[in-house]
Ligand binder design. Structure first.
Ligand code: GLN
Length: 242
């Protein structure tokens, strides 16, 4: 980061923002400004090059065909991979998460290469689509409270040895392989199946991204009453019998 200014890049809103994931950009932006940072936000459409000098990159969920198009364009562009090589932070959701991995099954039923930024492989789940509220315990190494979110995906994701599961589900499916894992991360690259938008429900994840960008261990506190009310409502909803 340079001169108190955070460069936040929202990748491909034209293809990957089907489920309100724009909220994640709004939350990171707001929480950064609350800490006195200036924020330069770049919404990068899929016909534009991905800048390589961003601090935090967000990539959202999407339907199967836009997901394939996004993967093709990101592979061709190479900017996101170069940014990660420069130490950038990436937070990805659902289709975005699958794209960051080594491979997923595309809308044509074919194996589509991902960006290889996370050691995960996604296949098509044979069972019912994973839809509903999720509660999960985030990897204790990350020091974050329980994760709440909403999942809606057919793909299931296997976490390889070079990545760690982001969380373990208590309710819901997460990665959907039956091993109880949800999402994955490695260093500064994170993937989750959680929509919601997930950073509005879990603002301390946004703070983790900011801490990584600033290279600090703590941030000034913020008034989180609105977020806490939303979390409490969604945790209660998740625990309702279906
Ligand atoms: N198309 C992917 C799947 O169904 C991702 C869906 C999403 O982003 N919500 O697995």
């Amino acid at each position: 980061m340079s001169d108190n200014s955070l460069r936040l890049v929202w990748v491909y809103p034209d293809l990957l923002s089907t489920y309100g994931d724009q909220g994640n950009a709004l939350v990171v932006e707001r929480r950064a400004r609350q800490r006195g940072l200036q924020v330069e936000r770049y919404d990068v459409r899929s016909d534009q090059p991905v800048p390589t000098s961003g601090d935090i990159y967000l990539i959202g969920g999407g339907e199967d065909r836009p997901q394939r198009l996004a993967a093709e364009r990101l592979r061709r562009d190479g900017g996101l991979q170069r940014a990660v090589g420069n130490g950038a932070i990436v937070f990805s959701v659902c289709a975005g998460y699958q794209i960051l991995g080594n491979e997923f099954i595309n809308d044509l039923g074919q194996r589509e290469p991902g960006l290889g930024l996370l050691d995960v492989v996604s296949t098509r789940g044979e069972g019912a689509r994973c839809v509903g509220d999720v509660l999960a315990d985030i990897d204790p190494q990350l020091g974050l409270p329980e994760l709440t979110g909403f999942e809606n995906h057919q793909g299931v994701t296997h976490v390889g040895p070079a990545a760690r599961p982001f969380a373990r589900v208590r309710l819901g499916n997460g990665n959907g392989t039956g091993d109880g894992t949800e999402g994955a991360y490695n260093g500064t690259v994170f993937g989750t199946y959680m929509h919601g938008p997930v950073l509005a429900r879990n603002p301390l994840i946004a703070d983790l991204l900011l801490k990584l960008a600033l290279d600090v261990n703590a941030l000034p506190p913020t008034d989180d009453r609105w977020y806490d009310a939303l979390r409490a409502e969604r945790v209660a909803a998740a625990q309702q019998p279906a």
